[in-house]
Design a protein around this ligand. Structure first.
Ligand code: AMP
Ligand code: FE
Ligand code: FE
Ligand code: ZN
Length: 290
């Protein structure tokens, strides 16, 4: 849980470069206002927020440049989607750049198909309006959720993610990165891969511990344990598994601005885990600091 003493470190936050509601500059200012010493910008499948966040860094705040990669484990039928946090990788690594661009394009194709399905059922929302509202950031279901709210069909983002809407009835898979390939690619780009909310059963199916054992052997560095989508038992299970496998453990808010209710710094990471991430990274040199 959040430790009230020592540096406050939140290693998972989104901006308008993906499905958050604060711009990268607003995000780093909000992080300083929330009393954080370190914040990571981890937009879905993009590094577009890095430069504006660095440019706006308030004095004393350190920024970990990262991303949250859309991955899939193909060892189950149907394959299980999962999220991999990647820290301090080289943003110009050609294969990683190509994979991120491919996933962003796949997200747009899938978003448009979801809107087509909704429209076929008489729901009057427009894909071009959703793209405009996303403002060039990585498009995701939260942007479609906002269109459903604007149309008066649902009252909140969480209702839009219910089974009648984007959670099930109008849920389509996207073309994600094979998770083993993603772990190796992040390492090849000098980055440090951490499995985001690995036990979040309330979001859908979770992967078995055996997969995490295999991912650790493939280069996974850590597991995100303290996250609002984990129950206390799930957090404890993730900690124990990490200890068994010699993986580091993180805690983070997964802040999305007003698209979610969680606050910046609601969960934090121990300084030792943060220092291990920095020590293992060789992609981008140093931590940006204001
Ligand atoms: P996508 O990346 O398009 O599959 O959409 C997944 C994103 O939707 C996640 O990164 C969260 O930001 C958001 N999300 C997922 N489930 C929920 C939920 N139950 N309530 C609100 N936001 C959610
Ligand atoms: Fe998100
Ligand atoms: Fe995630
Ligand atoms: Zn996230």
């Amino acid at each position: 849980m959040t430790s009230r003493t020592g540096p406050q470190i939140d290693l998972h936050a989104h901006s308008t470069a993906s499905d958050g509601t604060l711009s990268p500059a607003e995000l780093v200012r909000a992080a300083a206002d929330a009393g954080l010493d370190v914040v990571a910008i981890t937009d879905h499948d993009t590094t577009a927020g890095w430069a504006p966040a660095v440019a706006a860094l308030p004095p004393g705040l350190r920024l970990v440049r990262g991303a949250e990669l859309s991955c899939r484990w193909f060892g189950a039928d149907p394959p299980v989607p999962l999220h991999l946090l990647a820290y301090l990788f080289d943003p110009a690594h050609p294969e990683l750049v190509a994979e991120l661009a491919r996933v962003r394009a796949a997200r747009e194709a899938r978003g448009e198909r979801i809107v087509d399905l909704l429209r076929a059922d008489g729901v009057d929302i427009s894909w071009s309006e959703i793209l405009t509202a996303a403002g060039g950031g990585t498009v995701g279901r939260p942007h479609i959720a906002q269109a459903l709210i604007r149309a008066g069909l649902v009252a909140s983002t969480s209702e839009a993610f219910g089974p009648d809407w984007l959670g099930e009835r109008y849920r389509l898979p996207k073309e994600d990165i094979d998770v083993f390939h993603a772990v190796r690619l992040v390492r090849a780009a000098g980055g440090v891969p951490v499995f985001a909310h690995p036990r979040a059963s309330r979001r859908g199916r979770v992967v078995p511990d055996e997969l995490i054992v295999e991912l650790a052997a493939a280069g996974l560095a850590g597991l995100e344990a303290d996250h609002e989508d984990h129950s206390p038992e799930e957090r404890q299970h993730v900690r124990a598994l990490a200890a068994d496998l010699g993986l580091l453990v993180t805690g983070s808010s997964d802040f999305h601005g007003t698209h979610k209710t969680v606050r910046l710094g609601a969960f934090t990471t121990h300084p030792e885990a943060y220092e291990r991430i920095v020590a293992e990274a060789s992609g981008v040199t140093g931590i940006a600091s204001g």
